[in-house]
Design a protein around this ligand. Structure first.
Ligand SMILES: C[S@@+](CC[C@H](N)C(=O)[O-])C[C@H]1O[C@@H](n2cnc3c(N)ncnc32)[C@H](O)[C@@H]1O
Length: 251
């Protein structure tokens, strides 16, 4: 059994997800009390990709967050650095392109995707602000970013109830349904340590994204942040990082 620390060392995070991969989706459904389906639908609507467009689903894990795009005729690339998660995904959806890659050093060329999205992944990335810059780099000018992540309930009583669930009930349920319950202690701790809605919106603006906005779901348990890449600054992030290599095209 293993779990990552809040330092989120990449090899520890990847190993933890490798470990939970076989039962990841089932445990997710149980612990979210069935809410994940609604959250995913809202993310897909926010991305609003049309048939034939190219979407990067980053930290895609087993590809459950990528499936709706493929089902709608959108070309989706499911990228993650846990080979265990990617293997489970590829077995279930051989039609989707699963690509191994680190969010902080993406193996894609500049301006490759019409939209980039990341669901419940950014919180686990060791350098999330660098990942936001990388997402900007690989998104086409004028393209969209949509992030779904656990956040802070806005009403104090709701926040107290949710914190109780997170710190007590969730690890207890995880002990019954997961083969690696300590990974779900990490889940609870990492959610509590994650910046709130406005702080994350600030990170997006700092990284160069514009039209930053967010929507709270379930009273702020989850927030969906949206932004666009400025239409006239195609390679802004690349210029900001001299010497950075550009890998080949995404497909
Ligand atoms: C909670 S899962 C989310 C999976 C999927 N997006 C979903 O909604 O079910 C988080 C994923 O983030 C991935 N991850 C964490 N840090 C990463 C990084 N630096 N680069 C790529 N993937 C990363 C993990 O391997 C894991 O699969």
């Amino acid at each position: 059994m293993n779990r990552a620390s809040l330092e989120k060392r990449p090899e520890e995070v990847a190993a933890m997800f490798d470990d939970v991969a076989p039962k990841y989706d089932v445990v997710n459904d149980v612990l979210s009390l069935g809410q994940t389906h609604r959250w995913r639908r809202i993310v897909v609507e926010a991305v609003g990709a049309a048939k034939g467009q190219k979407v990067l689903d980053l930290a895609a894990g087993t590809g459950t967050s990528s499936e709706p795009y493929a089902d709608n005729g959108v070309y989706v690339v499911a990228c993650d650095f846990s080979l265990g998660m990617l293997r489970v995904g590829k077995r279930r959806r051989p039609d989707i392109d699963f690509i191994a890659g680190d969010a902080t050093d993406l193996p894609f060329a500049d301006d490759s995707f019409d939209a980039t999205t990341i669901s419940f992944g950014l919180r686990n990335v060791h350098r999330p602000q660098l990942a936001l810059a990388e997402m900007l780099r690989v998104t086409k000018p004028g393209g969209k970013l949509v992030i779904a992540e656990f956040s802070q309930p806005t009403v104090p009583l709701w926040r107290t109830m949710y914190t109780e669930y997170l710190m007590r009930a969730l690890p207890a349920i995880a002990t019954k349904v997961s083969s690696n319950p300590t990974a779900y202690v990490y889940l609870a701790e990492s959610i509590r340590a994650w910046p709130d809605q406005d702080a994350l919106a600030g990170w997006l603006s700092d990284a160069g994204w514009e039209n930053v906005a967010y929507r709270n779901l379930n009273g702020g348990i989850v927030a969906v942040h949206r932004a666009t890449k400025p239409a006239d600054t195609a390679t802004a992030s690349v210029k900001a990082r001299p010497g950075r290599r550009s890998a080949g095209p995404a497909n």
